[in-house]
Design a protein around this ligand. Structure first.
Ligand SMILES: Cc1cc2nc3c(=O)[nH]c(=O)nc-3n(C[C@H](O)[C@H](O)[C@H](O)COP(=O)(O)O)c2cc1C
Length: 389
């Protein structure tokens, strides 16, 4: 999926730590642990989260690739401690232990339990659920923060907000005040809807149930022409869709007006190109219904993507299920779990969008150092206007 960046995460939910490996970033980008830490703590907030977030205080320790506050161009590795690990040292022991550990055998519908256990031939669902857990997204947010830093250096800003939770939809008109979103416990710009969303979460919690919703991620300040029309796997919309769809529990992704546009006529869907009066300005559109992509390339308008998050499958009031050993009817496994993961999903979506856009940015303006990329970027930007201007 990535052409310039290589990005890998490792780690189990209750293991000792998560590991991030990020390769392909240029030299000379200013970067600090506290910058990454800011993004990590945004992921931990949000109404409807379970007890785990009270235990963890996520921090990514940079272990290579940065010196004196600047990237070296070498691989960046990071380690995120799982504070909860001390309570799981026997269950998650790396070496063989004599003590018998209680196996998880009650399969949860909607999680990775059944397909993962069959695929890998396990007798203990924990071998699957530990890695399938969205604890892994802490590592994504750390990696995404580095990508965000690169984009930010070139004037790109990335935000997100919750459009719906538990069937309650925000009313959104005009530019979004991101400061309001950041203060909202459900990351919703519409304060009235935000309160109703919290009530929906409370209701679900009381019933031992869970709720999902829709998140919108927005990248502003992008140049025209990231991605390409020439090959299917180079299209920026396709790359964004994969990155967002890979977020745990995401079941649909759309760009711009997406699903809504199919009911309208073409004249009500496409973004009229405005005459260029000021040669120092780039191209301008009357609207941004396309969500900032045409032909698999960025248009220079804000990149707007939505993704739908299904309700969490670990239910305090569990669904009927089947035991892995006996095949008998049982109640699905329950262990401490979130009731709603839509607010943190926004921050994770920002991280994944940052990684895709940073990769496409490096592909277009590639160079080994920030200085070299800046020359390429500035030279290109001068060409983005009518040919005779
Ligand atoms: C931020 C976040 C937190 C999540 N927390 C939980 C949780 O506490 N319990 C749970 O069962 N699923 C949780 N999920 C969802 C599961 O990880 C996900 O449903 C599971 O990995 C199966 O993948 P799938 O839903 O994409 O098929 C969370 C997802 C995200 C994005």
């Amino acid at each position: 999926m990535f052409n310039r960046i290589r990005f890998l995460t490792a780690g189990e939910s209750h293991g000792q730590s998560l590991t991030v490996l990020l390769d392909g970033l240029p030299a000379g980008l200013s970067l600090s642990e506290s910058y990454i830490g800011q993004q990590m703590s945004r992921r931990q907030l949000g109404y409807g989260r379970g007890g785990r977030q009270l235990i963890e205080k996520d921090w990514a320790l940079i272990t290579s690739g940065v010196r004196h506050g600047f990237t070296l161009g070498s691989p960046i590795s990071m380690s995120i401690e799982n504070k909860d690990w001390v309570n799981w040292t026997k269950v998650m022991s790396i070496s063989k232990i004599d003590e018998e550990i209680k196996r998880v055998t009650r399969l949860r519908p909607g999680h990775a339990d059944l397909p993962g256990t069959m695929k890998y031939g396990y007798d203990d669902v924990r071998n699957v659920l530990e890695r399938a857990s969205a604890r892994e997204t802490a590592a994504r947010v750390a990696g995404g923060a580095v990508a965000r830093r690169l984009l930010e250096h070139f004037g790109v800003e990335i935000n997100s907000h919750s459009l719906s939770i538990g069937g309650v939809w925000a009313s959104v008109s005009g530019p979004i005040d991101w400061a309001i979103v950041e203060k909202s416990p459900v990351r919703c710009v519409d304060e009235k809807a935000g309160k109703q969303m919290m009530m929906a979460i409370d209701d679900a919690k009381e019933m031992g149930d869970t709720v999902g919703g829709v998140v919108e991620v927005v990248a502003e300040g992008l140049p025209i022409g990231l991605g390409s029309h020439v090959q299917w796997d180079q299209k920026i919309d396709g790359r964004i869709a994969q990155a967002l769809m890979s977020i745990h529990a995401t079941k649909a992704v759309s760009i711009g007006d997406g699903w809504e546009s199919v009911n309208r006529r073409g004249s009500q869907v496409h973004d009229v190109i405005e005459p260029v009066k000021d040669p120092t300005n780039s191209w301008i559109r009357k609207t941004n219904r396309s969500g900032g992509t045409e032909g698999g390339m960025t248009t220079g308008s804000a990149l707007v993507a939505r993704f739908a998050i299904k309700p969490i499958s670990t239910l305090k009031n569990p669904l009927p299920s089947v035991d892995l050993d006996s095949g008998d009817l049982v109640q699905a496994h329950y262990e401490r779990s979130d009731v709603c993961q839509v607010p943190p999903a926004g921050v994770i979506g920002e991280a994944m969008l940052s990684l895709v856009l940073a990769d496409a940015f490096l592909e277009k303006f590639g160079g080994d150092s920030i200085a070299e990329i800046s020359r390429n970027f500035e030279g290109y930007q001068k060409t983005v206007r009518p040919r005779n201007m």
